[in-house]
Write a protein that binds this ligand. Structure first.
Ligand code: NAD
Ligand code: WQD
Length: 356
């Protein structure tokens, strides 16, 4: 492994500046979080094996912030390489995004999902313990609420999963509960994201799915830009106001500010703890609401056809955001229209994502 040149890569500990290691920092959410940390003058170190991201993200981060984070092209499962990063930097906290995330694919190749997400996390936590870096923000998901909880979802609800991907998130949350029980010096924030969409307002960063998008918003954006002909709306007979599925969409920039708030809480804590927080807007929009909002923002017609339900989907869910508002002093600022505007800006400027 080669080390990047970094004049100011280690934290002197005198300025209040923190050094944050971001696993998966080249990905959709991680890249936005890196921008927001750099804008707050934190030091950022990215570890990412680029299995679902593009190296161009680094120059986009630099264009937005004027700063270049340290970047290591390292797989989390490579314990030796990961240890070298911890040895080289005086890390204050880790934000752990790196994971495989496609729900459908996880049922086809479950072993790859368990191996990457679980083993990668175990290696990371082991190395963190070795170097006594015990502040952790973990990327969890609303999928941990399974299919049997009432809405809105609250953090104390029982967890379950409907896919191997979802099970990796439940398992890692359980592992972290055990880790904290064994060593209460760990200080952990489990952030359960609802449906992150949107893009950086500059149009320089956004979601760049490989192949046919699995998720609603990137699919709509590709229809709008003419890359795909028609959106398949999965199910028009759900017990929802217009019959289509309802979700809690959150702007990725709001999600990023939730991470800053979670870190602030970890650093300010008198006593370490492990806490889960929902990061969502706290309200639901249907598939057709999103289609209409996108048409308004883009001025394009989004052709759609209603097809049978997608296996594993549920009718409706959204977050109870009371705990995040109260304990993290966090709430969303962007509306669905803002999310559509910024997605459209990104899609227009980068019709082929980072390949453009
Ligand atoms: P993403 O795929 O864009 O980013 C993940 C990054 O992790 C990629 O850059 C990938 O190259 C990297 N990575 C994966 N495995 C790795 C490994 N073993 N070693 C090093 N790097 C590795 O995904 P995202 O949408 O930014 O999601 C980030 C996190 O948030 C994931 O943990 C995901 O499960 C979680 N999450 C995402 C959503 C969503 O809808 N996007 C919702 C809830 C939770
Ligand atoms: C949203 C709505 C679909 C695509 C997934 C994961 C979840 C979390 C977020 C990681 C649903 C409908 C979609 C399409 C459609 N990720 N839809 N046509 O399924 O709510 O959540 O991403 O943790 O775990 O499951 O998001 O964007 O796929 O779907 O009609 O082409 O759009 O049925 O109602 P989902 P999504």
């Amino acid at each position: 492994m080669s080390f990047p040149f970094l004049a100011d890569s280690t934290n002197t500990g005198t300025t209040g500046v923190k050094t944050i290691l971001v696993t998966g920092g080249m990905g959709f959410i991680g890249s936005h979080v890196c921008v927001s940390l750099l804008e707050e003058n934190q030091q950022v170190i990215i570890v990412d094996n680029l299995c679902n991201s593009n190296k161009k993200v680094l120059s986009r981060i630099e264009k937005i912030t004027g700063k270049v984070p340290a970047f290591y092209s390292v797989d989390l499962m490579d314990e030796e390489a990961l240890s070298s990063v911890f040895k080289r930097h005086n890390i204050d906290a880790v934000i752990h995004f790196a994971a495989l995330k496609a729900v459908g694919e996880s049922s086809q190749i479950p072993l790859s999902y368990y191996h990457n997400n679980i083993t990668g996390s175990l290696v990371l936590f082991k190395v963190m313990e070795k170097y006594q870096v015990l502040n952790l923000v973990f990327s969890s998901s609303a999928t941990v609420y399974g299919e049997n909880n009432p809405i809105p979802y609250a953090e104390h609800f029982p967890l379950s999963a409907t896919s191997p991907y979802g099970r990796t998130k439940v398992m890692i949350e359980d592992i972290l509960q055990d880790v904290f029980k064994a060593n209460p010096k760990w200080n952990i924030s489990l952030l359960r994201y609802f449906n992150p969409i949107g893009a950086h307002p500059s149009g320089l960063m956004g979601e760049d799915p490989n192949g046919i998008p699995n998720n609603l918003m990137p699919y709509i954006a590709q229809v709008a830009v003419g890359k795909r002909d028609v959106l398949s709306v999965f199910g028009g007979d759900y017990p929802t106001p217009d019959g289509t599925g309802v979700r809690d969409y959150i702007h990725v920039v709001d999600l990023a500010s939730g991470h800053s708030k979670a870190l602030q809480k970890l650093f300010a804590a008198e006593f370490p703890s492990i806490d889960a927080y929902n990061l969502g807007a706290g309200k639901g929009y249907s598939v057709l609401d999103v289609v209409k909002a996108f048409e308004k923002s883009s001025g394009k017609d989004i052709h759609y056809v209603i097809v049978p339900r997608r296996e594993g989907d549920i009718a409706e869910f959204y977050a109870d955001t009371t705990k995040a508002a109260k304990e993290l002093d966090w709430q969303v600022e962007n509306s669905l229209d803002d999310m559509c505007r910024d997605t459209w800006n990104w899609q227009q400027k980068n019709p082929n994502g980072y390949q453009s």
